[in-house]
Design a protein around this ligand. Structure first.
Ligand SMILES: Cc1ncc(COP(=O)(O)O)c(C=O)c1O
Length: 390
């Protein structure tokens, strides 16, 4: 038994890899075996592993100060917030820093309730917003929810992709609708072309807030800085996390000055939120995103990866569909995907599942074309009928 299995809670379906280090889109295990990382820390590793600018920013900051609580000012926090606001869709002018995606969506829900004074939140069938009790209340999957009920009241699930269903669900007590622009955890489900725009119109007409959960889709992943920019739709509140700290744990919730003005000192907070190390990492990560044009790179490399995957897998009888946006890609199988994720480890390829039948790829946006070729070739070997030994 591995030491980690002895001493940490057994809540993750582990792959048999003990990771020792990483660089770009590659990681190495403790025996020096090299893997292509399309798991990317569950989509966190946007900039690639061990980006020199993140190392530099953290090293500089660690030598100054590691903790400054929210009741004191911090220049590095101010700078990180300013940089996020500058790349965010217009109108999202103020930031609250937390430490994870779940906290950033939970903050969005609290903020919507506080600003509107209303209680109901409309959320999506197959949506995923995190595992804390608040964010879980907005999450669809029964397996995640039922063992922990009762969850928060006031959450209504409607079909994703049909703005009319949201309109029908709105009541006088509706505060907001929360949606992932592209549903990640449920299998990289893309919205119909006019969906997000129609959703914006419904929210305006019904006077409710639109919350985009860009925890997975944000920060270049889909080929734009934020996925909502593909459809030119701006939310009232945006939750982000994953890649924004270059690998360091940090979440952020953005909204307008007006919406944030409903929150007064004491209404919300986080001991670690806005930590100087995390904020130094955010500042550096935004610079890298912009200077290295990573969103554009994700669009280009994503298109190339789709092309290579189609070339290698279109004739594969186990594959139902390949779809994606930028470097958020799903290979849907006609069978359960879990055994193939395990088999991929033998091919030195790290993958995610999403849903029961889907292999999900969230590689660092710096993955090279040669590495993409390797991914497609390795996947061809992985997606073959299982043997009794698998
Ligand atoms: C869309 C979305 N929202 C929220 C979360 C929760 O983020 P975290 O695991 O950092 O709490 C995730 C995590 O995968 C996510 O994909």
């Amino acid at each position: 038994m591995k030491k980690e299995d002895m001493y940490t809670a057994n809540v993750y379906g582990k792959r048999e890899v003990v990771v020792a280090k990483g660089k770009g889109a590659l990681v190495w295990d403790v025996n020096g075996v090299e893997y292509i990382d399309c798991l990317g820390g569950h989509g966190v590793c946007v900039l690639g592993h061990s980006h020199p600018k993140i190392i530099e920013a953290l090293t500089n900051q660690v030598n100054k100060i590691i903790t400054v609580p929210g009741v004191l000012y911090s220049e590095v926090r101010a700078e990180a917030a300013e940089k996020l606001v500058k790349i965010a869709p217009k109108g999202l002018t103020k930031v609250f820093f937390s430490n994870s995606g779940a906290e950033s969506t939970e903050t969005a829900i609290k903020l919507a309730r506080k600003y509107t004074g209303k209680k109901e939140i409309i959320t999506m069938i197959k949506g995923f917003h995190g595992r804390t009790l608040g964010s879980l209340s907005a999450t669809w999957k029964a397996e995640y929810r039922i063992p922990f009920e009762p969850l928060l009241p006031g959450f209504k699930f409607v079909e994703y992709g049909d703005a009319g269903k949201v309109e029908e669900a709105v009541t006088d007590d509706t505060a907001a609708v929360i949606v992932e622009p592209v549903q990640g955890e449920s299998g990289v489900i893309l919205p119909p072309p006019t969906y997000l725009k129609e959703l914006r119109e419904v929210c305006d007409r019904k006077n409710i807030l639109l919350i985009f959960d860009e925890v997975q889709t944000g920060f270049g992943r889909t080929g734009k800085d934020f996925a909502c920019q593909h459809w030119n739709v701006t939310p009232d509140i945006m939750a982000i996390a994953k890649g924004i700290g270059g690998g360091v744990p940090v979440g952020a919730t953005l909204a307008s000055d007006e919406i944030w003005s409903s929150m007064k000192p004491g209404d919300h907070g986080s001991t670690f939120g806005g930590n100087p190390l995390a904020c130094a990492a955010v500042s550096a990560a935004v610079d890298v995103l912009v200077n290295e044009k990573l969103s554009e790179k994700a669009a280009q490399t994503g298109a190339y990866m789709m092309q290579q995957l189609h070339k290698h897998l279109d004739e594969n009888r186990l594959v139902r569909e390949i779809r994606g946006l930028g470097l958020m890609i799903a290979v849907e199988l006609k069978t359960k995907s879990k055994p193939y994720v395990i088999r991929a480890v033998q091919e030195r390829l790290l993958l995610l599942t999403s849903g029961a039948n889907i292999l999900r790829l969230l590689p660092p946006l710096v993955i090279t074309r040669e590495q993409v070729d390797q991914v497609a070739e390795r996947l061809t070997r992985v997606i073959q009928p299982l043997k009794s030994t698998d």
